[in-house]
Design a protein around this ligand. Sequence first.
Ligand SMILES: [Zn+2]
Length: 351
Amino acid sequence: MISNRKFKIKRCIYCMEHKVFSRKKQYSQFSTEHVLHEAFGGFKNALTLNGEVCKICNSYFGDTMDRILTRGTYEAVERFRTGAKSLLEFEDFVEQNIKFFTKNKQPVLNDAPAKLCVVDNQLKIAFVPHIAFEQKHKMEWIRFNEQELLNSTLPDSDQLTGNWQILANTADEEEKIFSLVNAKGRNITPTGTAIPGIVPVYAEYRIDDLVKRALAKICFNYLADIMVEKKYPEFLFNKYLDAAREFIRCGIWAEHEIVEPKTEPILGLDTKSLRQTNGHLVSVELIEEHGKWKIQGSVSLYNTFDWKVNLANHFHGIQIPINRGHHWNISSLNCSSMKSVQRDLTVNVWQ
Ligand SMILES: [Zn+2]
């Protein structure tokens, strides 16, 4: 490492390029990377990496995977529910990876699209305003929202039974749908059947590669924080970490899955549904599986969905303790080390 008083040459843990690091932001080619994105809460003692992630990688991550994780996922909904993000900024939410729909025995109310919205400064679920037509010889009703009424053709009347239902939340929305249908030449008359009572709503959460990369990055960042603490940052350039690094940085698929659902909750005494905290949990462990050493991360935002991150699948060559976990407590807004992880466990593995 070349250094003088003001500058150091350091290496970015993601692109692996050597760049200039300075404590003074304007001279540095590195920027502060939060191990867990700040969008999930402003925590005391939050873990940050300074001089490990370059500005180019940092801003690429911010514009892509972190943007989706913080705005278009189940975790993004939790940010509003827990107050990490104000409902006044609800317009930032995008229903990209999460979809809401109704479940009901009556076909007309089954699989009707719903949406998250803010009413009277409260998070609510509402219908996506639309009209549903009963189809002949089919259980499912066919549905058209505003956009679809403008852009697509309605099915021939002889394919429909003549029963229809507008699903909307207000009289204005109902009127809008009604007039769009009539503009299509379907002469329907409002019958006063419009808004039904309470209907169960389900959410479908699709974890795509961008979300997986964002989750993997949290664990990789966390491993980096451990290694900086151990004063052994060179470890992060280990070839065993390349598959995870390339997946995070470029979305390149490895031979093994980098991010997988974790079958057990992260905290020992938690069950699938009974959790001791709704804070964020991240840990990294060196584990042995079938005679092979692996570096495995775990991450659970809001301690709801648990993910296993395979940071290194076949690993040789370290004799320092690596097991550590942190809890981002969303009630006290404090970030602290998890006591249940054996911090002092040293595993000797030789090359
Ligand atoms: Zn970089």
